[in-house]
Ligand binder design. Structure first.
Ligand code: CTP
Length: 390
């Protein structure tokens, strides 16, 4: 959680400084407190006024300007929960490596005993130069966290490595960094999205599940340190940086993928929406119309949660109940019949709950308790669900 965290942001000279305005805005939206230090070179690219406005904070750039009741390059790192330098230029990197303290940023870096995260950016040749590579290696060995630059078109009109990581990903990195790793060592299987059952060569049965709830759970569990196996039906792409993901289509594939991981897992969270029925006889050709009605015989599909409810030993099983009527009554029946430890019940008819929205209004049912929750984002609900495992 970035909210409430004190982030000391160092901006060194590079054209990517303009992107850091966007980074400031994103960090403010996440609820961070900012203080900003700019080098003189950074001030040539973007005015400190822009940073003051976006960061809603003071910008420090001169060691000798302003009041000196406090020694800023000592006080600023003391205030910080983390010191982020973005962009980190080749020059500031070199000074940082050798402990040179000739400006407000480098002096503050030398005085910093908190974690330092840097996002280097520079021309590809400067980056690949042994001097820079050695400097990066040295600061890494000292424990500095490096957000590696990526590849793309650079300001010098060449393509190659050296582009600063995008602000959205730097925010993700910080979010991961600040999240308490209270699920470390736990293996959690999360299923997400719909399943798909074929009718013929081109047609299939599926449902409206967007996968958003399951993906939020997987991402939050990953951030909290869990070893996550995300088993996903076909959904619109959602970024899952670094999470082990297994793609499936049918119920049987979903069950088999979970089964492979189940024995040594600590929890299974069934947020997928498996299709309850499948076609008895699937045609391997495209069915042609013949002027008459077409009757498909649908047979009940395997209930995956129930299967693992019967199989489980130490595992915690969390299921969902998507209902349009008698929410708690139906959810209780599911809790018992599927032998789940918890059921997260959603009233699909409520505004702000259900498929394809970013919020949910849920109740958490366990054997002897029903906890009704307020409307919250799927990310917040994901964390509530994961709290049950802690
Ligand atoms: N579930 C499952 N296998 C199925 C159907 C559902 O594992 N074939 C799981 C879902 O992932 C969810 C829970 O069971 O965690 C409840 O799913 P839901 O769709 O609400 O209910 P169903 O069991 O399908 O019952 P009904 O459709 O009659 O409400």
């Amino acid at each position: 959680m970035i909210k409430g965290k004190n982030i000391l942001l160092g901006v060194s000279g590079g054209i990517a400084a303009y992107k850091v305005l966007d980074l400031c805005s994103r960090l403010k939206k996440e609820g961070a407190n900012l203080k900003i230090i700019m080098t003189k070179a950074a001030c040539e690219f973007v005015s400190p006024l822009s940073f003051e406005t976006m960061g809603k904070c003071l910008v420090y750039s001169d060691m000798f300007e302003g009041s000196h009741e406090k020694v800023h390059h000592i006080e600023l790192p003391k205030w910080a929960d983390v010191f982020l330098v973005a962009p980190l230029s080749a020059n500031t990197l070199a000074k940082m490596t050798y402990g040179i303290a000739d400006n407000m940023l480098t002096a503050s870096l030398l005085a910093c005993d908190k974690d330092i995260i840097v996002a280097p950016t520079m021309n590809t040749n400067m980056l690949n130069n042994k001097a820079t590579q050695n400097n990066l290696k040295t600061i890494k060995e000292r424990g500095v966290h490096i957000i590696n630059p990526n590849s793309g078109l650079l300001a010098c009109d060449t393509r190659g490595d050296g582009r600063m990581e995008e602000p959205v990903n730097i925010v993700r990195y910080l979010d991961y960094y600040f999240t308490k790793k209270d699920l470390k060592g736990k293996k959690i299987i999360v299923s997400a999205g719909p399943t798909v059952e074929p009718i013929d060569y081109v047609r299939f049965i599926t449902n409206k599940s967007s996968g958003k709830m399951g993906y939020n759970i997987a991402i939050e569990a990953f951030k909290r340190g869990a070893d996550v196996k995300l088993v996903s039906g076909p959904v619109n792409p959602i970024k899952t940086n670094g999470i082990d993901k297994i793609n499936i289509r049918t119920n049987l594939e979903l069950k088999e993928a979970i089964d492979k991981e189940f024995d040594d897992c600590d929890a299974l969270i069934m947020s997928a929406a498996p299709t309850d029925y499948k076609v008895r006889e699937v045609s391997d050709k495209k069915i042609k119309k013949n002027g008459d009605n077409l009757n498909l015989e649908l047979i009940e599909n395997i209930d995956i949660l129930k299967y693992f409810g019967n199989k489980k030993d130490k595992q915690v099983l969390i299921g969902f109940a998507a209902e349009t009527d008698d929410l708690i009554k139906n959810a209780k029946i599911k809790l018992e019949s599927k032998k789940a430890d918890y059921i997260i019940a959603n009233d699909l008819k409520k505004k702000g709950a259900g498929f394809d929205v970013d919020t949910n209004i849920a109740s958490i049912l366990s054997k002897d308790k029903v906890e009704k929750l307020d409307i919250m984002t799927k990310k917040e609900l994901a964390n509530k669900i994961l709290d049950l495992l802690v």
